[in-house]
Design a protein around this ligand. Sequence first.
Ligand SMILES: [Fe+2]
Length: 479
Amino acid sequence: MYSISFLMSATPLYKSSSILKNPKPEAQFTVRHSNKENPIMEKCKSFLVFPLLINVLCLFLLPQPILSNELNEFTRQPPRRVIFTTHDRSESDPQQVHISLVGQDHVKVSWITEDKHAPSTVEYGTVSGEYSEKARGHHTSYQYFLYSSAKIHHVSIGPLEPSTTYFYRCGGSGPEFSFKTPPADLPIEFVVVGDLGQTEWTASTLKHADSEDYDVFLLPGDLSYADTHQPLWDSFGRFVEPYASRRPWMVTEGNHEIESFPTTYPNSFTAFNARWPMPFKESGSTSNLYYSFEVAGAHILMLGSYTDFGVDSDQYEWLQADLARVDRSKTPWLIALLHAPWYNTNTAHQGEGEGMRRAMEDLLYNARVDLVFAGHVHAYERFTRIYNNKPDPCGPMYVTIGDGGNREGLALKFKNPASPLSVYREPSFGHGRLRIANETDAHWSWHRNNDADAVEADNLWIHSLSSSRECWNPSRDEL
Ligand SMILES: [Fe+2]
């Protein structure tokens, strides 16, 4: 086990905080907390993102209600218990196995071993127990204050056949895993969940999402909620392994991935970049914080809310070039994911995505992006098609889906009166599914966690803008 894991388990930070009291599900929509800001709490919250010793001091020096949900910055639905997932395999066995797409016909297998001599190899094939192919990759590790990561392996395998189940083994030992490759052509189905965390709500969300087959998992930021406690990154890797080892997980960063401190640890996204490298080089990006990929008939932009996005930034320049390369005859669907929403009628995180919207909205609009998914706000909200704060049939449909189940709970308060741009809004945990049926039509649905069950609470069919003659008419002012 990791050297400071015992400290984590001995630390009463989570167990003693009221946020981990197991609320009754029926309390979800009735409990209301004070929205009053408390300067001591603010100070404590800043310490909560500082490593272990500071957290312990914070816990014991401040009275218990200070750490409770009652004085949180936002009004939240009662969260559920964080699940710390332990490692029960041998040191050389793989743990935290997950896969991601690389190019059209390759998959990257990522895992971690405590054994520093374990090889970075993957054996794979289409028959269980028979591995006709073998690939070699690389490994990395990182240091974060007193924490030293174990050996992090990344191996690209392929070329792979579409819509095919592959069986694989990491490093020549441990259990066999399997995954299914996405289809080469439409239809394709995505699961979309933001602000995931690793709580009992998260477990419920992932179980619901997995109850029906899908091809690719899309996550618009805020993965583990480790918040500088690196063993929670390891716990998260183990927590999601049953799902992330079976289907590609494509992620972009949220604010909880930053994990930097101005003088003591100026580097940002250390754990995120080491553990969850995405195929950014393949799309011409120079940063793991923004990239694009194509799968079946969709071109998907994974944008970075927490790196430079201004008109003179590398990300802006990359996005311009990437959009210029999009061929809508090949990928009729154009979808963007980012963390801080550009449109948001919740009282939480108001205006935080505004700078990025002002910088980049024209690029997405002129490219006729179909859908923009965001997280950050812990609720579900679906907007109409929008451009520059007005309804526009040629703008993207915006969806906030930061309701995966993290430990902070939900953002219960929406602004009133409701904006006519906002079509559906609800502060509940859940997941979304985007089933792209063909070049012109896709079905979007949002499934609320009704405790043990998932209930489809919102759904609609949408048409691709690539099939809209009106939106490609050069006489439109915007073109
Ligand atoms: Fe966030």
